[in-house]
Ligand binder design. Structure first.
Ligand code: HDE
Length: 729
């Protein structure tokens, strides 16, 4: 479609364009007769054809052969990285046109709703691994624009481990399960990973993010996303600006505790997948603002880091993030394999108005993403799989190959041609033909890394120093855990040396936990022949503090904390529960967009004090506090007596306290709380009307209690609880 026609297209039509495009490919067996793949109606799908009812199966049984043959080939190779993922459909809506920045059509018409498909993922684990691994999360968005597909294939962390794509296979080999015994699954806490990292000073910044709570998100819906590399926007005058892409979740950025993450991995390994699915099914559509940092070409060398270096951020204090539009995920896939598994993202899928930079990490990715699909999706025609097709027409002279779907008409599949009217025709730039940005290049061909990539520590330090106290403690704990799992002491020791170049206090705390000393000097990388890995003796000289000493945007403490939308509240109850107490809180939670589940000693129903029956969502056997954001205990004499004697109920509360969650009880239920281990640690004597501490509310007046409780849930976690009280979370 030509650009001029773009505006005349009905919004309604555009909004549903990808959904409509997928429709002819969907199949619904409801009410249909069973057939073979050839359409022959099947009379018996239970028994194979035999020579007598106790005889051998006959080779002529085409129904059996077809069924088993297809089954034998149901699996395709999983992605070498980001194998474990979850997808969703949605739309992107621009706030206002950006003609000064870019000529991209979808960024110049605020009436258009661009369909998107998003795939979130972990990186290291296999397809069936747990969602709650400590890991980077993939955040890949396919925009089906009227000018072709634009894929923003990012992560939930704004930097990367390495500066050059050349090191990617090494990084992935190091973090994946060790090759001799395929252990451990979906975990970086092992020798080969930290061996590699300890020899790669350029990964210093990224490992700070990886050891932070960003690596254990509460939900995919509560993660930021980043394009990581610096891209370009090109406007219709051919002017270029450097661009950094940011996704900001409207629910804020929130994480779980590490102990909790490990528990969730056992209780519900599909925790993030289920959370995303359930939210969309219930109409609580996840939303993100897309923001850009814009850096004029003229400012390319203004910073004390290199814009082409993917181990660096551009601090938001130096270049603010401008929100440009909003993405809403509003539809779950119909079929996991057809959509989420077969979707093929490619960082090279760009549209006119967007272009690349010479970031050596980005450049290497340009090769990888189509190459990897050739085997994974079985040949060069993966762009014809319904989820991967653009919504605008596509024509060229590419032909044939495995699983070609399209029937191209005509004699000519080459150009120029005179036998086919020279079609398909090339498109001029003014009519939307893609033209690469004419960057001026005057250079020698070298295998080298720029000197401007050498400062590996300033931003790692900036990140650490920008964290709140609890966040810093979590980073220390995470390093202590991960390195504690490393068996080779020399690797641990080398890591302490590396950490000491980031922050001496951090290194000292981790060294203490590992029973080591901070060395006077960091150990040099073993392979000194790798110039890119640097020489530690240079480090002191390049340890510039940077212009920014602290960046508020880097701490999750400053995130959105004013909503309980889609947060899960557990209400612990048994027969005899005070109906008003239970229903008031339940309603308050629902009104605010939260989810309330009644959890009781057994499934079915409980009888409330007013003789009404209340449905039980989960029993103590099937539920666990780690699957909830907050807990409420209503009063009611019999219910309280049952819960007080129910070890699982007390454990539920103890664990919720340990993971710093909001806990509330009506005064009539205070004896349940008194049975917990934390009760005697609370600072205040509790009286008739009291909030014992932030996040723990016990009150008689249920209405007043509900207000305080809702506010507490919105806070997400009370991390301050951990250190002074030594909560082991
Ligand atoms: Fe990827 N990456 N990557 N990556 N990546 C893949 O492509 C690769 C990098 C990212 O949900 C693979 O289709 C190289 C950075 C996401 O389907 C593969 C390098 C960032 C996803 C590949 C990088 C990413 C992938 C595996 C270093 C953040 C999942 C399967 C130069 C900006 C997409 C596939 C999905 C997937 C290669 C580095 C993000 C092998 C060579 C940096 C979100 O092609």
């Amino acid at each position: 479609m030509k650009k001029k026609e773009l505006k005349s297209v009905q919004i309604e039509q555009i909004t549903n364009e990808k959904v409509n495009a997928l429709r002819p490919h969907t199949a619904d067996a409801a009410g249909q007769e069973m057939t073979t793949d050839q359409g022959v109606k099947i009379n018996d799908d239970q028994n194979s054809l035999r020579s007598g009812d106790r005889g051998a199966t006959l080779l002529e049984d085409f129904i059996l052969r077809e069924k088993i043959m297809h089954f034998d080939h149901e699996r395709i190779p999983e992605r070498v990285v980001h194998a474990r993922g979850s997808g969703a459909h949605g739309v992107f809506k621009l706030y206002k046109p950006l003609p000064d920045l870019t000529k991209a059509g979808f960024l110049n018409d605020a009436l258009i709703e661009t369909p998107v498909f998003v795939r979130f993922s972990t990186v290291a684990g296999s397809r069936g691994s747990t969602d709650l691994a400590r890991d980077v999360r993939g955040f890949a968005v396919k925009f089906y624009t009227q000018e072709g597909n634009f894929d923003l294939v990012g992560n939930n962390m704004p930097v990367f481990f390495i500066q050059d794509a050349m090191k990617f296979p090494d990084l992935v080999h190091a973090v994946k399960p060790e090759p001799h015994n395929e252990i451990p699954q979906a975990a970086s806490a092992h020798d080969t990973f930290w061996d590699f990292i300890s020899l790669m000073p350029e990964s210093a910044h990224m490992i700070m993010w990886l050891m932070s709570d960003r690596a254990i998100p509460r939900s995919y819906r509560m993660m930021e996303g980043f394009g990581v590399h610096t891209f370009r926007f090109i406007n219709s005058k051919g002017e270029s600006n450097f661009i950094k892409f940011h996704w900001k979740p409207l629910l804020g950025v929130h994480s779980v505790a590490w102990d909790e993450a490990q528990n969730i991995s056992g209780k519900d390994p599909d925790f993030h997948r289920r959370d995303l699915w359930d939210a969309i099914e219930s109409g609580a559509f996840p939303e993100w603002e897309l923001g850009v940092q814009v850096i004029p070409e003229a400012d390319e060398f203004k910073f004390d880091f290199d814009l082409l270096d993917s181990t660096k951020i551009v601090p938001e204090e130096l270049v603010p993030v401008q929100p440009i539009g909003k993405m809403t995920l509003n539809r779950n896939p119909d079929n996991f394999f057809a959509e989420t598994e077969q979707v093929a993202f490619h960082i090279g899928n760009i549209v006119p108005g967007i272009d690349f930079t010479n970031d050596p990490l980005l450049q290497g990715r340009l090769f990888s993403y189509t190459d990897t699909q050739l085997i994974r999706l079985g040949g060069p025609n993966f762009h014809e799989i319904p989820i991967n097709r653009p919504i605008c027409p596509s024509h060229n002279n590419q032909r044939d190959g495995f699983m070609r779907q399209r029937i191209d008409k005509g004699r000519t599949s080459y150009g120029p041609n005179s036998l086919g009217n020279n079609d398909p025709i090339q498109v001029s730039e003014t009519d939307g033909g893609f033209k690469s940005y004419q960057e001026r290049i005057d250079a020698r061909k070298v295998r080298a890394r720029s000197e401007s990539f050498r400062d590996h520590f300033s931003q790692a330090r900036l990140f650490f120093r920008s964290q709140s106290e609890p966040e810093k403690n979590h980073i220390i704990d995470a390093f202590s855990f991960e390195l504690g799992k490393v068996k080779t002491v020399s690797v641990r020791q080398r890591m302490i040396g590396l950490l000491s170049l980031i922050d001496k206090g951090l290194a000292a705390e981790v060294a203490f936990a590992l029973g080591l000393q901070v060395p006077q000097e960091a150990e040099k990388p073993i392979n000194k022949s790798i110039p890119a890995d640097g020489d530690p003796s240079d480090y002191e000289s390049i340890q510039v503090e940077g212009k920014t000493k602290k960046s508020e945007a880097l701490s999750m403490k400053n995130t959105i904390k004013d909503t309980i939308k889609s947060r899960k509240v557990a209400i612990l109850a048994a027969d005899g529960v005070d109906a008003t107490s239970l229903k008031t809180i339940m309603e308050a939670v629902l009104v605010e967009g939260g989810i309330a589940h009644v959890i009781a000693p057994k499934l079915g129903q409980i009888k409330a004090s007013d003789k009404t029956n209340i449905s039980v969502e989960e029993s103590f056997l099937t539920a666990s506090s780690v699957l909830y954001d907050a807990v409420y205990v209503p009063g009611g004499k019999n219910s309280v007596a049952t819960l007080e004697a129910e070890a699982n109920a007390i454990h539920f509360l103890n664990e919720a306290f340990k993971h710093c969650k909001a806990i509330a009880a009506d005064l009539g239920a205070s004896q349940v709380l008194e049975a917990t281990y934390f009760f005697h640690k609370l600072p205040q004597e509790f009286s008739e009307k009291t909030v014992l501490e932030e996040g723990i509310v016990i009150e008689k007046d249920i209405k007043a209690l509900s207000k305080k409780f809702i506010k507490a849930i919105a806070q997400h976690r009370f991390w301050e609880r951990e250190k002074p009280r030594q909560v082991p979370a």
